[in-house]
Design a protein around this ligand. Sequence first.
Ligand SMILES: C[S@@+](CC[C@H](N)C(=O)[O-])C[C@H]1O[C@@H](n2cnc3c(N)ncnc32)[C@H](O)[C@@H]1O
Length: 329
Amino acid sequence: MAAPPVVAVRRSPVASLLESLETLADPTRLRLLRLLERHELEVAALCDILQLPQSTVSRHLKLLSGQGWLDSRPRGTTRLYRTRAEPDPAARRLWLVSRDQTAGWPTARQDDLRLQRRLSRRSPAEAFFAGAAGRWDRMREEAYGRAFTDAALLGLLPGGWVVADLGCGTGHAAAALSPHVGRVVGVDQSAAMLKAARKRVAGLANVELRPGRLEALPMEDGTCDGALLLLALTYLEEPAAALREMARILRPGGRGVVADLLRHDRDDFRRRMGQRGFGFAPEELKQMMEAAGLEGAACRELPPEPGARGPALLLSTARRPLKPQKERS
Ligand SMILES: C[S@@+](CC[C@H](N)C(=O)[O-])C[C@H]1O[C@@H](n2cnc3c(N)ncnc32)[C@H](O)[C@@H]1O
């Protein structure tokens, strides 16, 4: 039977119905849909299972893809196909009837046997991930949650590091860092925030909290391997002073990380949160880091998280030079 043409324009419900009926009226396409609903397969596997030449299989795949029945993605030099996760609802209903009616079809049974033979040649991991790529992100979160990725990334930190959490607030970052580094020193001027932080880090022997101002840190020169300034800079009248202090407490080669608000114009938000500034432009923050005596500053906007209502954020990293800047030229 000749394949109907692929037409991209939006159709009336009747035209769509006729097209779906015509599509499903072909036994090869029924067999393909039955297979690809359960497994993501490449053309070679489909040719083997259907015992049809590649040109025939490819022609039907092209038509089914063009009509929105299939999704595909590249893998190496080939493509993997499977039925679309969210098909047209009317077409889906027709398909469910067709699937039901072909359940006892001997041809489909033969296809299933050849599919099983093919799949049994794959390792369990190959068989599973060949069909899971489109769903993996959701499955990963449902099965294991989200936090372990951050924990794994923190595991990249050198275990003996001393890290300063400047403007530590309620100790969110200090508590997260604690299992992964040698020592964390949190500094904040707010007694109330420090009280909440103490509660959070109770029992974490390597976290120390100190009252103090970011513009005059209660820490010796060069005593930290890393320093964080998370959501604190925009509260300061003189953010450059806090960056200079951050540079001062870092050892040569130590890393400073700033996360703060990307420049915005939401005065209501700024007032409500008690902030002084409207955040920073990436280039501005980068230059401020370098002016504070840090080198290799890089700054980028962070993609806003779904559901986050505040202004977008930016992230900047830099390091204290190994040699004092005046000695280097
Ligand atoms: C928005 S909170 C961020 C807390 C924490 N870094 C976080 O990510 O959740 C800002 C913190 O900076 C502190 N802070 C603001 N100005 C400060 C200053 N001049 N010296 C020390 N701490 C300051 C506040 O008390 C507050 O705890």
